[in-house]
Write a new protein. Structure first.
Lengths: 156, 387, 171
């Protein structure tokens, strides 16, 4: 047996709505320490797991491999190398951007982690894999404790 | 049915349950999972599989949040599964863990349940706006509490249950929770306190409802062979059952939770229980609302239809009564981080059956039944634990 | 184990700390907009509402007339057979009096809501709707109600084309 069919598109009804909620996310125990250091001291913090010889950035409260509790936070350089990069032409809603934005994944020195951020003071054709870059921080008055406290990463 | 092999629980862990916790969902999962591993003196490296039970993504506000929670739950580089049946998830996740081990596919399974309801603003109720059928129900702007109030009213009227008997559940559970280290709303209250509390959606009053919470819990499941290596006192999962009813909830009977009875029958059959009130030492039915504990006691066949309120009024369900119900303090006393709440009940069964429940201990506990409920009031999940 | 637990992990956070101006928190609002299709069955349901009627479907195997209508019978697991109009009167199966709105804000004037078993549909087949023109104290299970429709030019093909159900006065 099969269903009735609707052949008149005007009889096919629909309802418009949303699934909107507002959210406030905490950064967590490790996250809070990382962002306070970023905002107040222009520093990057990481958590080393001595057992696995992994240094996490962004820092974590636990090692995901051996599940040890990580309590030591170490300062690491505020730069590293470009691991990969791309040029984006659309915003997060799929609308075209006025100017394409250069985005990179930067592996931070002395860690096994990295940060995805904008690349600045360099054009797309000049970026190379492995290129050393360093973070450019916003003015202290404009920093609020988030990755946007970094303006962009620029070639070292 | 032929079950391939017996499954044991050898460790449990739990975080504080509070309206708002600072930790991220990953960190909460880690706390509970680590505590469970430490309690069994195991390393993460000995865990072969992980089950993560976590309820609506809309609370934490991270779509597909189980993937986000993975590394905190020990899932990195491991077979990792997320079962989901709304509020029933807390008791369903150890059932999923049970499949992992009973099938012979894995010798060990870490079961974690986590919920963060605090990110949603202004209140978790807002996330519940999206649970309704968008065509037939959402245009009426319902509040989730409506369906509980509608069910409670029909149940009370059908059996002429006085509100006082229902209020006794809040008094008992909040009182029991005074002895639970994670408890969010433990308190010594009276029946009058409940009857005088603000009416939210009649007949549901403020003290009839459990709070929204952040929290996590975890269990370590393993095969019989592995269990004997780690402990002299494994707790066995002897029965599992689950069932769902239609989501056309205005087309079905609201007086008796048939979906719980079906799940219970499945679990009891496996556990060879044919006279539940006599063969069960204590039970942890899901109690997000006072009347639901009673509703679920009847669904679990621990009380005849309409009889649960009287049993409560007579003190039978107190910790030192003939059939203790929610010795932990339940959701009403300990808190309701949706999925973690159900697993909290399973942790309770574990500690009770090992004589490790301290002041909450039920004497001579041999067999415990845990049950959770959720979705659009339609799922029953039941687990039978034995020493 | 738990009797040895003096402290369980978890750092309590107050609402004021979450919302403090220097709190390390991140705000977000998803851009989640939807157009839900009513499908075959609900399109028929809503079309009937626009015409001031309530319609259901009949399954010839279990002989139920079900509302809201579905193209499949979920009990027999086969296609349903025909459209059947039901009455816009019914009986209260259960009801409630809500002092909370959809966002859990407290409201002064309560919303009266009920599951209404519809006349003409099978036993126990009801729909959720609002009750109006009725004092909260008069509500009772078994009370007979009748739909109060919006005028034709205001009906758009939505369940709110019925403003509410009001007590049916027995003559």
């Amino acid at each position: 047996m099969s269903f009735d069919k609707i052949t008149n598109p005007l009889k096919l009804r629909h309802l418009v709505g949303d699934m909107e909620c507002d959210y406030i996310y905490t950064a967590g125990i490790a996250g809070e320490k990382f962002f306070i250091a970023l905002r107040d001291e222009e520093k990057f913090l990481a958590t080393p797991c001595k057992k696995c010889d992994i240094t996490y950035l962004p820092p974590r409260m636990y090692c995901e491999q051996c599940f040890s509790s990580l309590e030591e936070y170490v300062e690491v350089p505020t730069g590293g190398v470009v691991d990969t990069f791309t040029l984006t032409y659309e915003d997060r809603d799929g609308e075209p951007l006025d100017k394409p934005v250069l985005v990179g994944f930067i592996r931070i020195e002395n860690t096994d982690g990295g940060i995805i951020h904008q690349l600045g003071e360099v054009d797309f054709d000049s970026v190379k894999l492995g290129m050393p870059v360093v973070a450019v921080f916003k003015d202290k008055s404009q920093r609020s404790g988030g990755l946007t406290d970094i303006e962009y990463f620029k070639p070292k | 049915m032929t079950i391939k092999r017996r499954v044991a629980v050898i460790g449990a862990g739990i975080t504080s349950f509070r309206r708002r916790l600072k930790e991220t969902g990953k960190e909460l999962s880690y706390h509970a999972a680590k505590m469970a591993l430490d309690s069994a003196e195991m390393n993460l490296s000995e865990i072969e599989s992980v089950v993560m039970g976590t309820a609506p993504d809309a609370f934490d506000g991270i779509h597909m949040k189980s993937e986000n929670l993975l590394d905190g739950a020990g899932g990195t580089g491991r077979p990792y599964t997320r079962p989901f049946v709304g509020g029933g998830t807390g008791v369903f996740s150890p059932i999923a863990g049970w499949w992992h081990v009973a099938s012979g596919l894995f010798d060990t399974c870490l079961v974690v349940a986590e919920e963060k309801m605090s990110p949603v603003q202004p209140h978790p109720q807002t996330a519940f706006r999206t649970i309704w059928d968008p065509i037939t129900t959402r245009p009426l702007n319902p509040n989730l509490v409506w369906i509980f109030a509608l069910e409670m009213n029909r149940y009370m009227k059908t059996y002429n249950i006085p509100k006082e008997h229902i209020a006794e559940v809040a008094v008992k559970n909040k009182g029991n929770a005074l002895d639970h280290p994670s408890a969010q709303l433990a308190a010594k209250i009276t029946v009058d306190d409940v009857l005088n509390s603000e009416t939210m959606v009649w007949p549901v009053q403020r003290l009839d409802i459990s709070p929204p919470s952040d929290g996590a819990a975890a269990l370590i499941l393993c095969s019989e062979e592995v269990a004997r290596k780690y402990t002299d006192a494994p707790v066995w999962i002897d029965g599992v059952g689950w069932s769902l009813d239609s989501s056309y909830w205005t087309n079905r009977d609201l007086v008796f939770p048939q979906y719980v009875a079906e799940a219970a029958k499945m679990a009891y059959k496996m556990a060879k229980i044919d006279d539940p009130p006599k063969q069960v030492s204590f039970a942890e039915p899901y109690d997000p609302f006072t009347y639901k504990e009673l509703h679920h006691m009847e669904g679990l066949l621990l009380a005849k239809k309409g009889e649960a309120p009287k049993m409560t009024a007579e003190g039978i369900t107190q910790r030192d009564g003939k059939l203790p119900i929610c010795p932990s303090g339940g959701l009403l006393g300990v808190g309701n981080p949706i999925a973690a709440a159900g697993l909290m009940k399973c942790c309770e069964a574990f500690w009770q059956l090992r004589n490790e429940a301290g002041k909450r201990q039920v004497d001579g506990a041999e067999t415990g039944v845990c049950q959770a409920w959720g979705d659009l009031m339609q799922v029953g999940t039941v687990t039978v634990f034995r020493r | 184990m738990s009797d040895k637990m003096k402290e369980v992990p978890g750092v309590y956070l107050r609402d004021s700390e979450l919302k403090a101006p220097d709190a390390i928190v991140f705000k977000s609002r998803p851009n989640a907009k939807y157009v839900w299709t009513a499908g075959i069955a609900y399109s028929g349901y809503l079309e009937a509402f626009k015409n001031g009627k309530i319609i259901g479907r009949r399954c010839r195997e279990c002989e139920r007339i079900i509302v809201p209508p579905r193209m499949f019978c979920e009990q027999c697991f086969r296609s349903t057979d025909e459209w059947v109009y039901v009455k816009d009167t019914g009986t209260i199966n259960t009801f409630s009096i809500s002092y909370l709105d959809a966002d859990a804000n407290r409201i002064e004037e309560p919303i009266l809501v009920a599951v209404i078993d519809l006349d003409g549909a099978s036993e126990g087949i009801g729909i959720l709707h609002i009750v109006g023109n009725c004092a909260p104290d008069d509500l009772h299970i078994g009370m007979k109600l009748r739909a109060v429709w919006k005028p034709e030019n205001e009906r758009i093909g939505c369940v709110t084309d019925i403003k509410f159900f009001e007590p049916l006065k027995e003559d």
